[in-house]
Design a protein around this ligand. Structure first.
Ligand code: FEO
Length: 390
């Protein structure tokens, strides 16, 4: 396994996780990469690491460029274990290499690995001279952990962005020019929706910092390296970070005996008839992390559950927990469901929208199996409400 040259004396020395299918609950159908980068200058510098079980792959790639004992500096932009797992292992090859991280990063690394490393703590405005190159450090707290930072080499016009701008894609190709852009966009959206979404305000600040830098390359810690499509990437992040939505409704539900499903289809049809793009998803068939990608630009979120044991169905509860944690903002929420006697599922869903500060639509509840006239009447009322929102 060989390193991949990005520019003169800058190499990709990461690892490809072809079989990764679950990233703490996020379905990663295309696998992922953990990108690590090597800079050869007066000071040989390694930027970020890989998961511990892929260390041999990283090591072999480093060895294809240089003896790993010659590494002088390790910059750890983020401490999550997909990027720090191999740090103690590479340190065995270069015990004198100095580690650079934010204060939170330094604390986290020593705590996680039970070490007492003397880590060089950097903050906004800190720089590090490597030789021809000078690295500038830019903390990006909560994009997406408190320790996060990005590193910038003005000499190379490269932003080492760590998790920001990543995509979970395992591939032989390393550059955005070599891989279908439609797939990169889809995976960048899924990554944003499932990892970065709660931190829109912090992303807006990070984008402002990035806009002031002269950037030709963005080297994230997952997936393809950005070069040809940076303007499109910036456009997408600007849309997502600012919660800009389109005229689209997602109808998400589970059903016990088909009644809530009848309602879901009526709601889907009503949005369509009102000129709103509508999509219908059964939670037994669609993974919640794929739903989050669809939610990224949806203005209307409709969630339905029948009442079971005075509550919502477990499938809907699991989705709701995930959805609330990722905290999309500025949407309109519609709760719906059928019931036999108590009908508690509808207020539970409606309250969730309230907690998320969504603009609430009138909940729709129907007893037992709705008949045609009940569905028609609810549809007419919903049409009027959609018109008011337009
Ligand atoms: Fe890719 Fe926050 O780790």
């Amino acid at each position: 396994m060989k390193a991949v040259k990005i520019k003169d004396n800058v190499y990709w020395v990461g690892a490809v996780d072809w079989n990764l299918r679950n990233f703490h609950g996020y379905l990663t159908q295309r696998g992922s990469t953990y990108n690590s980068y090597l800079i050869i200058d007066d000071k040989v510098t390694l930027i970020d690491n890989v998961k511990s079980y892929l260390f041999e792959e990283q090591l072999e790639r480093i060895k294809s460029v240089i003896d790993p004992s010659k590494i002088d500096i390790i910059i750890q932009n983020h401490i999550e274990m997909d990027h720090s797992g191999s740090l103690p292992l590479i340190k065995e090859y270069c015990p004198n290499a100095e580690i650079y991280a934010t204060a939170k990063g330094a604390e986290g690394l020593n705590r996680h690995f039970k070490k007492n490393w003397q880590i060089n703590v950097v903050s906004g405005g800190s720089t590090l001279k490597l030789g021809k190159r000078q690295i500038a450090f830019v903390p990006t707290p909560m994009v997406h952990w408190p320790d996060n930072m990005v590193s910038y080499s003005g000499y190379d016009k490269i932003l080492f962005s760590n998790d920001a701008f990543g995509q979970h894609i395992a591939s032989q190709e390393r550059f955005d020019s070599e891989y279908p852009m439609g797939i990169i966009e889809e995976e960048a959206a899924k990554y944003y929706a499932n990892i970065v979404l709660p931190y829109g305000a912090q992303v807006v600040k990070a984008l402002k910092v990035a806009s002031e830098l002269d950037i030709e390359w963005i080297l994230p810690s997952h997936g393809l390296i950005w070069h040809d499509h940076i303007p499109r990437l910036m456009e997408l992040y600007d849309i997502w970070a600012n919660n800009r939505t389109v005229n689209k409704a997602l109808v998400i539900y589970d059903s016990m005996w088909g009644s809530t499903e009848l309602m879901a289809k009526m709601i889907r049809d009503t949005f369509e008839e009102s000129g709103v793009v509508a999509e219908l998803y059964n939670l037994q068939k669609t993974h919640m992390s794929d739903l989050m990608t669809r939610i990224l630009d949806a203005r209307y979120i409709c969630i339905g559950s029948p009442t079971l044991n005075n509550n919502i169905l477990p499938t809907v509860a699991a989705f709701l927990t995930y959805f609330k944690g990722l905290a999309p903002k500025g949407r309109k929420g519609l709760a719906f469901g059928s019931y036999g006697w108590g009908g508690q599922s509808i207020p539970i869903l409606d309250k969730a929208f309230e907690e998320m500060k969504f603009e609430k639509m009138n909940p729709i509840k129907m007893k037992f199996i709705p008949d045609g006239s009940e569905l028609e009447s609810a549809s007419e009322k919903l049409k009027i409400e959609i018109e008011q929102f337009k």
